[in-house]
Ligand binder design. Sequence first.
Ligand code: OOG
Ligand code: MG
Length: 255
Amino acid sequence: MSELEKMAEIVDEAARNATEIPQFSDETPLSMDAAYAVQALSMQRRYARGEKRVGVKMGLTSRAKMLQVGVSEVIWGRLTDAMREEEGGVVSISKYVHPRVEPEIAFLIKSPLAGEVSALEAMNAVAAIAPALEIIDSRYKAFKFDVGDVIADNSSSSGFVIGNWSAPDTDISNLGMVLSINGRPGEIGSSAAILGNPVRSLVAAARMVAQAGESLNPGDIVLAGGATAAIPMAVGQAVSLEVERLGTVAFTVGA
Ligand code: OOG
Ligand code: MG
């Protein structure tokens, strides 16, 4: 096994067993290229176990997110069918290490998209948009990492919940987003916090996946990134996100 393959095994096992690992950057900081190689190798292990890639997530696309984790680089990760949690369902916290939830917007892709594209081209490839909750769960101790660590760990991807799909003709550039816990607003923001307009996150996704030799494919889900800081999850919480004009998406946290 190569050094990168060993690292891929470490992050994959940590995710699979919901266990903490030390940061790679304590010993050997990873370059962005090496980190994306580790991520790709760790995904090969998931696919070999039968998980299917269902899309991608963009990360650190808002200032609030960058500040919360101390990394100011837009990153991406892969989503699989095994990460999807049921809308309105109970999310079992035991599958996760120290999960947090954050308010997002999801795109459903209808035609292939990759490389340098304009915002208009990106929107023309979208079948639908929806409010979404992402459950992020860094496998690193104390949820601390540098940019190489987090990319290697599939950009903390671990769960996601998608609300009802709307036609893509809704203007999503500045929609109010309220993330509530037990009916009380916990984080309040706007879709404009996502790179000024979530469409820019989709444009970045097309460019970044192409750099890895992949594309956004019909049926893929693309998460645009958290519009606000993420909130730590705890058993008993009723989590809901209301996005202006797009509606609500929710789950409860179980043991
Ligand atoms: C990294 C993943 C960031 C987002 O939406 O910004 C992310 C993390 O915060 O652990 O998913
Ligand atoms: Mg996210």
